[in-house]
Design a protein around this ligand. Sequence first.
Ligand code: GLC
Ligand code: MG
Length: 533
Amino acid sequence: MSGLNDPSTQWWRHAVVYQVYVRSFADSDGDGIGDLPGITARLPHLADLGVDALWITPFYTSPQHDHGYDVADYCDVDPLFGSLADADALIARAHELDLRVVVDLVPNHTSSEHEWFKAALAAGPGSPERARYIFRDSPGGPPNNWSSVFGGPAWTQVDDGPDREGQWYLHLFDSTQPDLDWRNPEVPAMFEGVLRFWLDRGVDGFRVDVAHGLFKEETLRDQVLAEGATASSGQVNTDHSMVSRELKDEPMWDQPEVHDVYRSWHKLLNEAGPDKMAVAEAWTQSPESTVAFVRPDELDQAFNFAWLLADWSAEAFSDVVTSTLEAAQPVGASPTWVLSNHDVVRHVTRYGGGAQGLARGRAATLTMLALPGSSYLYQGEELGLEQVDVAPEDRQDPSYLRTGEVGRDGCRVPMPWAGDNPPYDFGPGSTQPWIPQPADWAPLTAAAQAADPDSTLSFYREALRIRRGFAWSAGDEVEMLDLGADVLAFRRGPLTVVLNCGDAAAELPQGEVLLASGPVDGKLPADTAAWLR
Ligand code: GLC
Ligand code: MG
């Protein structure tokens, strides 16, 4: 049987997807910046790790103000990262290794260097070129009180000559990322072309950036702010490059019209083949609003940020598991889990850093990998990398440049592959990468860890190897077990999973320990998880 809803073709339902941050994965040409041939050369690392797919962050033509999330040409490769031929070679090599390729799609905004925006500036107020973006006349100040996610106002005024006051354009992110007007039919038409372009080149899916954006409440009314709150668009709390969500009035996000776009993309993807997928990055306010993005005729998956936002407590993790599964069940979508990505503080550091942070990170990972659905891993977590305290002069995140807050550079430090000193084989020769690597990473390189059976890399490989044996057969049901307030415990098919979030060792349930995140000896130590059968 094959067809639209045949789960056997829906490879993503229980996949492990590895996020490649292109600038920081591997550099082939010695310019200190990762690139597509660098990724291709390192694909065996992903095959050996045992993941099913890789998601690659934007490598399209871009002035790199937001490191590729500011796209100037959606259908070409930035020379910094290679060429279209390099993209084809990457996709072909990945497929040879049985790895699916998911590319990033950035539909909420273009770069200010996109030809559409340049034409909009040149054509002036009232033109059809301006109507692809959100330009407004607003003498004396911005049209409303919205803030950019990256700090400061969400509006920038342009110069329309000496005879009139310049118009303002909306940018929910950096001023070099003007928001498109999705009510203009030219915009959806352009993105359908972009989807088809990459599908024709053989990609297996898309990660949809800011999927909850796209439409703004048509009146562009002010955001109602809680007393004492500063105007903010949520998503990235730039203080700690962490994320925080609270229920608030958000006329700029999660508008109902956005779902029509995903219904049309669903049809387009299905026409391209039953095995094409899309995953939404949607920072919505509740599990119910996230699930709207994965109704059967919309996108296939949505990131579940609740898992990475949960505190280190059995109760918090248990609540997330229960509410995630409950929300996903009625729409039949496969749930997702994620602990780290290129926008948040690495989870080993979030969990306190050092030996305890690493123990907790491994334990949370093992727990996540046992749950039904897909797990998204972020490059370097398989090495146990921590957030790096990047020196102010090396910081490049636009949120840092707009606000002076630390920003997200610390989770984007280039990968250490081998050797005793930076650049740790990140690229050829001794060129130092675009963000300096710490001097003490030699024991963390992939080569050093591959040789050590107790390393974090060996642990990830073993977990993914065992996972392949049950991921598809263990079913979607999770039965929560009560092993005390400090222990998260559940059964999924033949597997029993225990995570000890308390301070003292806990009893292990009956069964054979298949894998543990740290040493176990009759009991389950604090900050440790185990799989039993
Ligand atoms: C998404 C990306 C983030 C980017 C932003 C604007 O949240 O993950 O890195 O800065 O969108 O495109
Ligand atoms: Mg390079």
